[in-house]
Design a protein around this ligand. Structure first.
Ligand code: FPP
Ligand code: MG
Length: 295
């Protein structure tokens, strides 16, 4: 991974703007899941670290914009750029990161560049859908999973598919692996929003519902509640929750086992990812680490 970090530092330096270097240095790098995936699939290819750096810059840009859109003040345990330097700066830093990433992408074969570039259109559509869906309580599971695929899984799918092409491996099975890994990863993230505390999450706990996001545990819960409780759940949607509200939601989720039901789907998708690449121990390792984050 130090090769990826070196490439990221080089690309940031090439922006030739101290303010960009300063602001980027303040970001917490996160798990670098996408770059790790690229290195594991195309480890022997000399351009794998650059592809990893490109995808991580795109991901960082998307989070900068997402924090402006969600008005989030914490990202990975540190104050977000919109909180410290304002939304305008966060948007512009995001613009610089993803345009620099796209400039570097043109040095790759056209098919690889197209896979990564079109996934960014998909993730932007996913973000727009996510924001629109937060206007009302959503209890449509398929609609939710379609949005998750666009918002989170497409960039992971594209990273896996593009690096498979780079390494001369089967791109279809690797894309399927990436898609299911991405979906499973986001479902685990949604579970952690409810089960983990602020210190672990690096952002406020139970924040999804406050932001209007009806994740799977809420969708499943709605289906299982009686009419009065359904109304109570919907009345809490997209509002600041006090301690008794969040305790009530958690208690109902416990009663109806909706965290477990969501985890079962994450596990099923993870198994499908595993079946797609069968005997690749490294890629199975990534899945296992991801699934273990949950409880
Ligand atoms: C986090 O979702 C958001 C994303 C994974 C995608 C955001 C995409 C865009 C803003 C499109 C613009 C793209 C570029 C390249 C500039 P979340 O809010 O559910 O998760 P969180 O709790 O981590 O914030
Ligand atoms: Mg967000």
């Amino acid at each position: 991974m130090h090769r990826v970090e070196k490439e990221i530092a080089r690309l940031i330096n090439e922006c030739e703007y101290d303010e960009v270097t300063r602001l980027f240095g303040m970001l917490s790098g996160g798990k670098r899941l996408r770059a790790k995936l690229i290195l594991k699939i195309a480890d022997k290819h000399e351009k794998a670290p650059l592809l990893g750096a490109i995808v991580e810059l795109i991901h960082a840009a998307s989070l900068l914009h997402d924090d402006v859109i969600d008005e989030a003040s914490l990202r990975r345990g540190v104050p977000s750029v919109n909180a410290t330097d304002g939304s305008k700066t966060a948007v512009m830093l995001g613009d610089i990161l993803y345009s620099k990433a796209f400039t570097e992408l043109v040095s790759f074969d056209k098919d690889i560049a197209k896979i990564i570039a079109s996934s960014v259109t998909a993730l932007s559509k996913g973000e727009m859908l996510d924001v629109k869906m937060a206007d009302e309580f959503n209890y449509d599971e398929d609609k939710y999973l379609d949005m998750l695929y666009l918002k989170t899984a497409t960039l992971i799918e594209a990273a896996a598919e593009a690096s498979a092409i780079l390494a001369g491996k089967d791109s279809v099975s690797h894309a399927l692996y990436g898609r299911n890994l991405g979906l499973s990863f986001q479902i685990i993230d949604d579970i952690l929003d409810i089960t983990a505390d602020e210190a672990t999450l690096g952002k406020p706990a139970m924040n999804d519902y406050v932001e209007g996001k009806c994740t799977l545990p809420y969708i499943y819960l709605y289906k299982l509640l009686d009419e009065d409780d359904k109304q109570r759940l919907v009345s809490l949607h997209a509002k600041a929750l006090d301690e008794s509200d969040s305790a009530w939601i958690k208690q109902k989720m416990n009663e109806h086992k909706t965290i477990e039901k969501s985890f079962e789907l994450a596990q099923k998708l993870s198994n499908e990812a595993m079946n797609a690449i069968k005997d690749d121990a490294q890629l199975i390792g990534i899945l296992q680490t991801m699934i273990k984050r949950s409880y």
